[in-house]
Write a new protein. Structure first.
Length: 289
């Protein structure tokens, strides 16, 4: 493994393009840093995979980002991968500052006025022991309405494609959001209504406009991008690994194990980055599901 320095990049990965929402927050918080983002789109969605598969992919990607790119820190920009593997990543790579994600229900408790909080996430995240412990730790502080959103992350992933399939997926995103929000009960600021909605998957940030239309202007939407970016800064400061100034060369490299077109479209649409930032990840063959 290449020895890391303050000029080394930060590695960020997700099962697909959803983690670009976290990368956007990281770039805003850490403007001097270089980033290598890996979308494991060829093996998405993680939320409907088993924990063993997700953990194996997480370890393979962490190893690849260290060996091929010499990263100085790792951000697991995926709630499902965090729940399945972040503790093992920290144990296996103790020298590597590692940041994981969890649904932002702690901040949501502080924000809610009605005491009813909605949480939307993948089935894998919501079924994890990690999420169960998090929810139990806040017992009695609020009432949580939890909704698994099967298929939503995958539909958001495909909706970026500038094709008829992409347009169809955008319609599917709207339909799925309407179905899942409708199943959760009334939203609003009146007593008994859900007044805070936690976006428990990085992909869902990119459906925020649709979700906002469905829940109304008085409901607060909470995601994890900013807290993760701030925690990453604190870890780098503690390790004395903050970049003192922008390094020469490209500041962002985006890689995918799937088709490159959706990543290029998402990079342009959501980050304002050119297609030249995107490439294919030279990863080992994926493990069997």
């Amino acid at each position: 493994m290449t020895s890391a320095s303050p000029q080394s990049p930060i590695g960020v990965f997700d099962s697909g393009i959803g983690g670009l929402s976290v990368l956007r927050a990281l770039r805003a918080e850490l403007p001097n840093e270089r980033f290598v983002y890996l979308a494991d789109s060829g093996n998405a969605p993680y939320g409907e995979r088993g924990d063993a598969y997700v953990a194996a992919r997480t370890h393979a990607i962490a190893e690849h980002l260290q060996q091929a790119h010499g990263i100085k820190a790792l951000v697991v920009a995926c709630n499902t991968a965090t729940a399945a593997a972040i503790h093992e990543v920290r144990s296996r790579y103790p020298q590597l500052p590692s940041v994981g994600l969890e649904p932002a229900i702690k901040p949501a408790v502080a924000l809610s006025r009605t005491g009813r909080i909605g949480v939307i996430a993948t089935r894998g995240t919501l079924a994890s022991a990690k999420f169960g412990r998090l929810l139990a730790s806040l017992g009695g502080q609020a009432e949580f309405v939890v909704q698994p959103c099967d298929g939503l992350a995958y539909a958001i992933e495909r909706s970026t494609e500038p094709t008829a399939d992409g347009a169809a997926s955008a319609r599917e995103v709207r339909a799925l959001c309407a179905r899942y929000i409708g199943a959760m009960g009334p939203f609003g600021t009146e007593a008994g209504a859900i007044d805070t909605l936690v976006l428990g998957c990085t992909h869902y940030v990119f459906a925020e406009e649709v979700l906002r239309e469905l829940v109304g202007p008085g409901v607060q939407l909470v995601d994890t991008g900013l807290p993760v970016a701030r925690h990453t800064r604190r870890l780098l400061e503690a390790a004395r690994q903050l970049a003192p100034a922008p390094a020469p060369g490209p500041q962002v490299q985006l890689l995918t194990t799937g088709e490159i077109g959706p990543l290029q479209a998402a990079a342009s649409r959501w980050l304002g980055l050119p297609a030249s930032c995107c490439g294919l990840a030279a990863m080992p063959l994926p493990l069997a599901a």
